[in-house]
Design a protein around this ligand. Structure first.
Ligand code: AMP
Ligand code: GLY
Length: 423
């Protein structure tokens, strides 16, 4: 089977690694890929969806897997499917679960799926009135895609009003903020849950925990994610059961009933409040860096998960994850992340001679470029993810950090406490 992966991050690299282990996979392509994806396949310099579809037809590509949300929201799946090509991911309409927070919140309300109380508005007056009725902290969210930055947790009423004004005027996020959600603050712990869906059936994957803040102890600014681990003991059987019954099934049934069957990955950002899972947000793709820890624990050949979701055959698919195995991923970021881009810095990775480390760790590359000199450079914000696998979270964490110690580039930064909530 030949497979095209759309995207350029460590998430897509980790999917490539999993497919590389799969004996039924022959050739991998990445569009656009990054400076390290040529380790796994061929990079394509094509971004137009119709041209990508042409490429898939001409080269008999059997399956396309879409990593990030932007092409999904922009309708890549609709274009491929109209041409009879097999593609993993939701249609543009189904992607509105991530593309519009208002669509998502109203959908949750229509189907009685637990979430924070909210209003949607485009009126500053209405926003002020609602804020005055609330207790702080108050959460203000831009409707549209903002690359993970469109959420403000305001600690005072004034701050919430200012955030609403900045968004509604278009100053903070342009058109993405012309409509907003104002909602109550949920106090609990966060989990990342993933259901791979085929429109009707689904497979719930082991729960992950991300670390969104830049600094140890969950301090500092929000980022795309500084590390994650899987599975987390913070999700017990009871939570999985509640999520299936109260969230995944009503979501799939509701989307189908409304004419937008959901296939691909439903990523549930969950806050557990007093044992009850509440939906913070939906994304319509794998989490990054959560995917980088899920993929190494996948026992079933990866192509089965992606292909059978794309063709609507999950019902007859048995997907297994290694039992009693854990993965911890530590993001190594460039010096000025997440504020601004940094000067390119050469990446040097020590030879890994220790067998234990060689067999139980690997790197998923993200913001890297191959220089004319053949060397690998850190050129993005999140540069790479060091992943350790072990029979306990502590063992996986220790291995991940041993690998971090072997990777060098000027200005590198990482958290040193990934998985602390589980230890
Ligand atoms: P989102 O993009 O909606 O996931 O929001 C980004 C982050 O903001 C989440 O991962 C949470 O940490 C936080 N957050 C969002 N909504 C709420 C809420 N209602 N209560 C508490 N924290 C929230
Ligand atoms: N790790 C969070 C995200 O991918 O949005």
């Amino acid at each position: 089977m030949d497979i095209l992966i759309i995207g350029a991050g460590a998430r897509e690299y980790s999917i490539g690694l999993a497919l590389n282990r799969d004996k039924s996979v022959d050739k991998l392509y990445f569009a656009p890929g990054n400076g390290a994806t040529p380790n796994l396949g061929e990079n394509l310099d094509i971004s137009d969806f119709n041209e990508l579809a042409n490429f898939c037809e001409e080269n008999s590509v059997d399956l396309t897997i879409v990593g990030p949300e932007a092409p999904l929201v922009a309708g890549i799946v609709d274009i491929f499917e109209a041409r009879g090509l097999t593609i993993f991911g939701p249609s543009a309409k189904a992607s509105q679960l991530e593309g519009s927070k208002i669509f998502m919140k109203n959908f949750l309300a229509r189907h009685n799926i637990p979430t924070a109380k909210y209003i949607e508005t485009s009126s500053l007056e209405e926003a002020y009135r609602f804020i005055d009725t609330m207790n702080s902290p108050i959460v203000v969210k831009a409707d549209g895609l903002c690359g993970g930055k469109g959420v403000i947790i305001a600690s005072t009423h004034d701050e919430a009003k200012k955030a609403s004004g900045d968004m509604l005027s278009g100053n903070s996020f342009g058109d993405a903020g012309k409509a907003i959600i104002i909602e109550e603050f949920l106090d609990g712990y966060e989990l990342s849950l993933f259901a791979v869906c085929d429109g009707k059936d689904f497979i719930l994957l082991p729960a992950a925990q991300d670390h969104k803040r830049l600094l140890n102890g969950d301090k500092g600014p929000n980022t795309g994610g500084m590390g994650a681990y899987v599975p987390t003991p913070l999700a017990n059987e009871e939570i999985y059961r509640k999520l299936k019954e109260r969230v995944v099934i009503p979501t799939l049934d509701g989307m189908r009933a409304e004419g937008n069957p959901f296939k691909g990955v439903l990523f549930m950002g969950v806050m557990v409040v007093d044992g009850e899972p509440m939906i913070l947000e939906y994304n319509v793709r794998f989490g990054d860096p959560e995917c980088e820890e899920l993929m190494p624990l996948l026992k079933t050949p990866a192509s089965e998960l992606f292909y059978n979701s794309a063709v609507g055959k999950l019902k007859d698919t048995k997907i297994e994850f290694y039992e009693n195995r854990y993965a911890v991923g530590v993001v190594m970021a460039s010096r000025d992340y997440p504020y601004k881009s940094s000067e390119p810095a050469e990446i040097i990775i020590d030879d890994i001679v220790h067998d234990e480390l060689k067999e139980n760790t690997h790197i998923s590359f993200a913001g890297v470029s191959l220089g004319d000199d053949g060397k690998l450079y850190a050129t993005g914000g999140r540069v790479l993810v060091c992943v350790g696998v072990g029979e306990s979270i502590a063992e996986a964490q220790e291995r991940a950090y041993m690998l971090v110690g072997q990777v060098h580039f000027a200005g590198k930064q990482c958290r040193t406490d990934i998985a602390y909530q589980a230890l």
